[in-house]
Design a protein around this ligand. Structure first.
Ligand code: ADP
Ligand code: MG
Length: 236
């Protein structure tokens, strides 16, 4: 579904991505896991088209999208610090992508109702973002990203700013959402526990390169090298 081939990205002398190749299967929930500065966000932003590559290619759904702008890549994106439209209600925030596409009102209403129910925010549609908790706001962000039926959902540390208890709840909740919606999802996280618990597949990054890719159990039981072993071994 997503294929990255030979992705290289430098900032001056610094090599952020050092020839990364990765295939992400359709319908999977794949985690990009690694320590801070390992290139996770750069890789995700390259998939999204928010970051150009020095070398390499990105394919989505069998189409080479290298050089194609983000809005034409069929992706939804959720960041750690979510920028909601503060003056808009939850409903209008979620509807936004559909509204600007001039979809029929009845279709928008139906879709937004469905999404708010899926993310557990039915009953909150007339609130403003400031009236939501951090966790509710991230769920609104997910509903907004999903509203336009993206082929791919990209999440960059979406729960990173929240406290541990809320993060653990949202993890479970993301897993259930994915089981329901099946959208190909890539989750960037530096949290081993989060990746092991939520993802079907994990790509472990270190210094701009992929150390190992596999399902959580195989990674945990058979780490490919010392880095993966010590990084996964540091689960609290
Ligand atoms: P991660 O998400 O794994 O923490 P990033 O992909 O954000 O890592 O960054 C990888 C490295 O690239 C970091 O060391 C970061 O300082 C550097 N980097 C990222 N973006 C820029 C930029 N715009 N200019 C210079 N260096 C950058
Ligand atoms: Mg990052």
């Amino acid at each position: 579904m997503i294929s990255v081939t030979g992705a290289r990205k430098t900032y001056g002398d610094f090599v952020a991505l050092d020839g990364v190749s990765l295939d992400i299967p359709a319908g999977s929930l794949t985690a990009l896991l690694g320590p801070s500065g390992s290139g996770k966000s750069t890789l995700l932003r390259a998939i999204a088209g928010l970051e150009g590559l020095d070398h390499g290619r990105v394919g989505i759904g069998g189409t080479d999208v290298t050089g194609i702008p983000p809005q034409k890549r069929g992706i939804g994106f959720v960041f750690q610090h979510y920028a909601a439209f503060k003056h808009m209600t939850v409903r209008d925030n979620v509807a936004f992508g559909l509204t600007i596409r001039k979809r029929p009102k009845a279709e928008i209403a139906r879709k937004v109702d469905d999404l708010l129910e899926i993310v557990g925010l039915d009953g909150f549609q007339h609130r403003y973002p400031a009236q939501l908790s951090g966790g509710q706001r991230q769920r609104m962000a997910l509903a907004r990203a999903l509203a336009v039926d993206p082929e791919v959902l990209l999440l960059d540390e979406p729960f990173g700013a929240l406290d541990a208890k809320v993060r653990a709840d949202l993890r479970q909740w993301l897993r259930r959402l994915h089981d329901e919606v099946h959208v190909t999802t890539v989750l960037v996280t530096h949290d081993q526990e989060e990746a092991l618990e939520v993802a079907d597949r994990i790509a472990v990054l270190n210094k701009g390169a992929i150390e190992q890719v596999g399902d959580p159990v195989s990674l945990y039981d058979r780490p490919a090298n010392d880095f993966v072993m010590s990084f996964l071994g540091s689960v609290a």
